[in-house]
Design a protein around this ligand. Sequence first.
Ligand code: LLP
Length: 407
Amino acid sequence: MAFFYSDGILHVGDARASVTVDSIIGAIDRPAYVYDLDDIALRFHAMNNAFVGTRHTIHYAMKANSNAAILRHLCALGAGVDTVSGGEIARARAAGVPADRIIFSGVAKTHQEIQRALEARIKQINVESPQELQRIADIARSLGVVADVAFRLNPNVNPKTHPYITTGFRDNKFGMDESFMPELRGILARESKWLRLRGFTMHIGSLLFDLDVIREAIEKTIAVHETFKAQGHALDRLDIGGGLGIAYDTADTAREFEMITQYGRMAIDATRGLDVELLTEPGRVFVARAGVLVGRVQYIKVTAAKTFAILDTGMHHLVRPALYGSKHRILPLHQDAGEKITYDIVGPICESSDFLAKDVSLSQLKQGDLVAIADAGAYGFTMASQYNSHELPAEIAVSAGRVVVCD
Ligand code: LLP
């Protein structure tokens, strides 16, 4: 557990080495994300253990959190990354991730992004359309290199998650269904000198809890994989994406560790006999629990309808509540046993979508108190903006109760 209370004071770390979040924030006078690197490592090891006995590579989906300390930490443990822009590839390279551990996904890869990816000799480009495949072939020809590609299948399954983060349903812009395959085969045949098809890839959505739906998508992907193999393509990779969820409404993390284990078992079973390197692209499940966003109460405002705790941080730093209606737990840095008050936790932004939590029952807050928004390590800082010309929050990475990097 990365963040926990001891004597009513919020700590970061674990039973062996921990420190108060207060002391980590120290003299920083703006909102800050605090990350626990050790918690991320635990999850990386859990995922690796779940796939033990298979050829399996974790490509951490860095869109969840691309902080350099986190990238360096995961890379040192052996992870690669899944990227979705030239900017992410550059960040990964700057953090020391070797090119042969980088996968490039994303629906709108520009000419320049593909060119840079091929020049850097990254491991694989996950292709989203025939036009993209043709563009990759043209650039590979002009550079005189062979591009390693995987085709992203849209398996048309319903992953039962928030509609904004569904990606493997037929209405989504992502991937290609079987009707695309003849065109893809044609391009592959014409451009065989510049393209090497390594396998198929899928990712059906985020915040998933139903492993049966993921299995259905894997099986549909394997069916197409096998037809290409039967036609003489020597496929040696299968990328099953990311998507595992965490339960934001509880501090109990046992369920997600259990799910990681079951996910590995399911994937091994579903791909038995396939003889491929199995690639996964987890994002959220590695980093969500490992981060909090800390803001300071500027004002308490009591109206006829509500009691607002107005912070110096809000939707511009953590957009998930406003965008998806997601409910993050609120953890005051100091809690007491006194009377509870029901608050709306809101920010400084000039619109009413600027809330971090509504109707939460907390011990009394006062001006100047620090408050942490829990489980904000995934899609927190990476989706933050400078809306209303506010500064971006600071980021502080902690390991074994000590600050590793602060920027
Ligand atoms: N691979 C691909 C191709 C993806 O598009 C994504 C996430 C992942 C892997 C990692 O998925 P994860 O394991 O993190 O679920 N901003 C939203 C989540 C958007 C996810 C986008 N794609 C949120 O805050 O809930």
